[in-house]
Design a binder for this molecule. Structure first.
Ligand code: MIG
Length: 819
């Protein structure tokens, strides 16, 4: 943080903090007699600057404007002058690098400007607006925007903020909603909920991400309302001219995040809340789950069928039935007499074992986990000091308070035996938290909240995130330098630092295929990259066609797992007969072929904050007016995916964004900014590759790292304009990348009617084992005479039956020239 000179604030009186607090304490609000009244900010009377924070006061209430970075500004409100402790589970560190900012007092307002944004505070009305210095796009408070109501039931305040909703404005984000991608015209609630068999537009669902992106006049900005209480967003539903957000408690605190591109906003939100660590590479493989595979013979049979049928698969899941009476961290010895041996045998065959762990701990004095939790007072208690008890799978249960650092530490260690046995991944379910009957905990349950104590009203939405955080942090220690793999159902902003997510209990319908497709895109732009749906649908029965279409989409879900409820018919890739089995195999194989690309895209997320899935509007922000082609998206920035979501479809309409695109299957070249009807028989799905891409490909394997790679295919797509591609490589399962042990390769492709040039730039400390690239150059526009690799002519090239120019070259090449 660079210290700034205090700007001159002539007329503003410096405020005396102690006096303010004292005044508030002397006049406590008597909630028993006071009717609910909305309270508003008066005119700005005092201003004070402290480092990168500016305090504005109307004499009683105070507003803090904090310059987080050149592009992020945080606003907080203290109704009676006293701010809450500055603690957040979402944002580990508020301040980022700030270069220069400056406050100026004008007749009617104060302005605080960084190099990109001006925040303006009106003296008379206390309205706050943000003006993008480059595009002049604004986000403006509505009259009486920030206000509050005393909460007579619980104490504290209901807090509100209202902004102007521009005529042409559209809204995106909020992570876990099940309707159209564009949120305009709708109101939402955030309260983590076990939403079994949820439907289109059902709200709330499992996760809370109080972050949205507004776009108008072709420019985007973001608002992150970092409040864990039950919160609400209204995007012009109640009043088409207003956007509001409010919460049932806590502090009115939000970050304004500057654009102007949606990608900028998403990346900056990631700079606040973090990105997903690099996952173990095998977790990008296909994963097979069911409620539940048991006993051991069944698990083994499933594994064997994958190998016999040559359908790649990396993981098999054990749902709750592997436990002894649903007691976490135990085994049902009847079903699994020797889990260590079984896990080893599965591992020898290339399968990782992933197991379920729930938060509910069975009340049973003979059960060590319960006893430890009880003796150490790790379980949540009610306001009258009785334990919070509820029924879940094991029967009567108590629940660890994961918002306590001590409890998290304990919980993390409980995984020791499972890790030692070789379990490779952990699946945390029911952590909304879900309780049979009542749904969740009562509001009065108390939580440690990392020392900032509070009731369940404050802790509910972070309970799941703190559970999986405890899991992740514990595993990280237990596994030494290996990458843990965790999956969570519930979460809050920032959960991506600890876990992947699945979208919960969806349904085997075509509508749910559509919901899931949008949901994953929405999670992606809301900071949660490693997401996927239960392929096939959790409840209900898909037919072969629906299952295959879901597998096809699933290839392009960052997390690819088939799952189904116990009362449904068998649900493996071969369950629908040979015809569909072949289609499913072909697409699961595609996932493995694309592995080096998928892994590189993950790195781009981890390192630079790019989302993995990029909705079409992220490519063409000008097309946001409606839900235009919300079913298409890019995986990374090279592959455009157009899933088939209609029963019986044999073709579909696609829109290709700006640029030149190759049909992945046929290599046909199409020019963008146009619509096309493309063939999409059941054994195919339209995929397009951006011209100029270098798409690395592995040979098909039955599981990740089955065989040592001896050659990597490079699919090089001719382009008339210069295009860069990236490829990332590392050990695949360690944290060595944090010590910079990885390789980042940059390929540049540029061609014309007579030439094509491919450059490679390699940076980093990792050395892959293979020596060669098997190059396939697609779309060369001329008859090839000469191929030069680092200025040396090679004669060993050919044109194959599909017109591709093929040759091998050393992986360290610098320049390939084709003419
Ligand atoms: O009450 O563990 O969403 O994936 O198979 C149901 C059994 C509990 C809900 C999860 C689902 C899982 C199931 N669980």
């Amino acid at each position: 943080m660079e210290e700034q000179e205090d700007p001159i604030i002539d007329k503003a009186e410096m405020m005396d903090e102690t006096e303010d607090v004292q005044q508030h304490l002397n006049n406590p609000v008597d909630v028993s007699v006071k009717p609910i009244i909305k309270q508003y900010l008066g005119a700005v009377k005092k201003v004070k600057k402290e480092g990168n924070r500016f305090y504005f006061s109307d004499g009683d209430a105070r507003v803090e404007v904090r310059i987080v970075s050149d592009e992020i500004i945080r606003v907080r409100l203290a109704p009676h002058g006293v701010f809450l402790d500055d603690f957040s589970y979402a944002v580990p560190e508020v301040d980022q690098k700030v270069s220069v900012f400056k406050m100026v007092e004008l007749d009617d307002c104060y302005t605080i400007s960084t190099s990109t944004v001006t925040c303006r505070v009106e003296k008379a009305t206390f309205h706050i607006s943000f003006i993008d210095i480059v595009t002049s796009v604004v986000m403006v408070d509505e009259p009486n925007s920030m206000h509050w109501e005393e909460n007579v039931d619980f104490g504290g305040y209901y807090i509100y903020a209202t902004k102007k909703c521009q005529d042409e404005e559209n809204f995106f984000g909020l992570g876990d909603k099940s309707g159209n991608f564009n949120l305009r015209g709708r109101r939402f609630e955030n309260w983590n909920t076990d939403a079994y068999s949820f439907g289109w537009n059902q709200d709330p669902l499992y996760r809370t991400i109080p972050f949205y992106i507004g776009i108008h006049d072709k420019a985007a900005y973001g608002i992150f309302f970092d409040n864990t209480f039950k919160s609400y967003f209204d995007f012009g539903e109640e009043d088409v001219h207003k956007t509001s957000f409010w919460a049932d408690g806590g502090e009115l605190q939000y970050y304004y995040i500057h654009g102007p591109h949606m990608m900028d906003v998403v990346k900056r939100y990631a700079s606040l809340t973090g990105t997903h660590p690099m996952p173990p590479k095998w977790t990008l493989g296909y994963q097979q789950c069911r409620w539940s595979y048991y006993p051991e013979a069944k698990v083994k049979d499933i594994a064997k069928q994958f190998r016999d049928r040559k359908i790649p698969c990396d993981a098999i899941y054990l749902d709750i039935d592997y436990m002894d009476g649903y007691r976490c961290f135990t085994w049902n010895k009847k079903y699994f007499p020797d889990p260590r041996r079984m896990i080893k045998e599965l591992a020898d065959d290339g399968f990782k074992t992933v197991v379920m762990i729930d938060p509910g701990i069975k009340v049973d004095d003979d059960y060590w986990v319960f006893k430890e939790g009880k003796d150490n007072k790790y379980f949540c208690r009610r306001s009258d000091d009785y334990f919070m008890e509820g029924h879940v799978w094991p029967g009567r249960c108590q629940f660890p308070d994961f918002t306590s650092p001590k409890v998290r530490k304990w919980w993390g260690k409980l995984y020791e035996e499972l890790v030692d046995m070789g379990v490779a991944g952990f699946w945390n379910d029911m952590n909304e938290p879900a309780v049979f009957g009542s749904g969740t905990f009562p509001n009065d349950v108390r939580h440690n909240y990392d020392g900032y104590r509070g009731s369940h009203r404050k802790a509910h939405n972070v309970y799941g995130m703190q559970m999986v955080r405890a899991t992740y942090e514990g595993l990280k220690k237990l596994m030494r330098n290996k990458r843990p793999f965790t999956i969570t159902r519930a979460g809050y902003s920032g959960m991506q630092r600890y876990a992947s997510v699945w979208t919960g209990d969806n349904v085997a319908t075509w509508e749910h295929l559509k919901i899931g497709n949008i949901q994953c895109q929405r999670l992606s732009v809301s900071g949660v990259p490693f997401c996927g749906t239960d392929i096939g649908g959790f409840s209900g029965e898909p037919d072969g066609e629906l299952f295959s279409r879901w597998i096809q989409l699933g290839v392009f879900s960052p997390f690819m797992r088939a799952h189904s409820a116990g009362d449904t018919a068998e649900r493996e890739p071969w369950s629908f007969g040979d015809f569909y089995e072949d289609i499913n195999r072909k697409f699961i194989e595609l996932r493995y072929r694309l592995m080096p690309y998928l892994y590189s895209v993950f790195w781009e997320h981890h390192r630079y904050g790019f989302p993995i899935l990029r909705p079409l509007i992220m490519l063409e922000q000008e097309n946001v007016g409606n839900n235009f082609r919300q079913d298409e998206f890019c995986y990374g920035d090279k592959l455009l995916i157009c899933p088939v979501l209609e029963q019986g479809a044999v073709s579909r309409k696609v829109y290709l964004p700006k640029g030149t695109w190759y049909n992945f299957w046929t290599h046909e070249v199409l020019v963008g900014e146009s619509e096309h009807e493309v063939e999409a028989q059941i054994d195919s799905m339209p995929i397009f590759v951006r011209a100029g891409s270098v798409l690395p490909e592995y040979p098909v394997m039955q599981y990740v790292d089955e065989k040592a790679i001896t050659e990597v295919f490079l699919n090089i797509y001719h382009s008339d304009y210069e295009v860069n591609s990236f490829m990332y490589e590392d050990h695949g399962d360690t944290f060595a990348y944090e010590q910079d042990i990885y390789l980042e390769k940059k390929f540049t492709v540029k061609g014309d009617e007579a030439h094509l040039k491919i450059n490679q730039n390699v940076a980093g400390l990792y050395t892959p084992n293979y020596e060669l690239y098997d190059c396939n150059v697609i779309g060369v526009k001329f008859k090839v005479n000469k191929v030069l690799i680092d200025s040396k002519e090679i004669t060993d090239f050919s044109i194959d039956e599909r017109g591709r120019l093929r040759f091998k070259c050393n992986k360290n090449f610098f320049e390939i020239q084709i003419s």
